[in-house]
Design a protein around this ligand. Sequence first.
Ligand code: NDP
Ligand code: ZN
Length: 189
Amino acid sequence: MELFSEKDLARIFQALAYAAGQHKDQRRKGGDQTPYINHPIEVAELLYRVGKVRDVNLLLAAILHDTVEDTSTTPEEIETLFGSQVRNLVMEVSDDKSLPKAERKRLQIVHAPHRSELAKQLKLADKICNIRDVIFHPPADWSDERRVEYIAWASAVVAGLRGANSNLEEEFDRVVAQAKPAIEKRDSE
Ligand code: NDP
Ligand code: ZN
């Protein structure tokens, strides 16, 4: 069975090139300052490999998921280039940047159970990748306490996403189980 058409693959490459261009001057917050685009690529790869996601619009939305929140991209632009389903998915996982940060974080927990099944899977993959980053590529100025708090908050968001993709939920639980000992180990080195 052919999983992806030539048109699907062309859209995936177009999304990679587009997101790479939009994030070109950004770095992740980790001490190693990896290019920002590594993160959306990891999220899409995790959805495909661990989550077994084969919905091309969801994979496209994963590649594009931080463009509206973190670059000059507008929702209209996503719709023009990639269609309304991709636009809607990206907007479902984008915070409203006009709100204060604490409120945005609170709303992620409140909104999680009401997201679509596809958006829940994207959020799950995003949180898995961010917790991995907090363990293996932590922002240099983050205390232990802040890293542990981040994991607690992400776990509260994920509680509202459960039921959407058991493979990703199991992966999230594995990563969280690794997180605490990894943070303690790093500190004792
Ligand atoms: P931030 O929202 O500031 O940073 C986390 C976000 O940054 C991630 O969700 C991720 O989002 C992005 N990101 C980019 N690079 C990395 C990286 N290498 N590792 C992890 N994330 C990265 O964090 P919080 O404000 O949530 O801080 C965590 C906790 O600490 C909170 O509970 C907060 O209350 C508390 N806090 C503590 C402070 C202190 O000084 N003790 C100060 C401020 C907050 P994306 O996927 O969109 O890129
Ligand atoms: Zn992200």
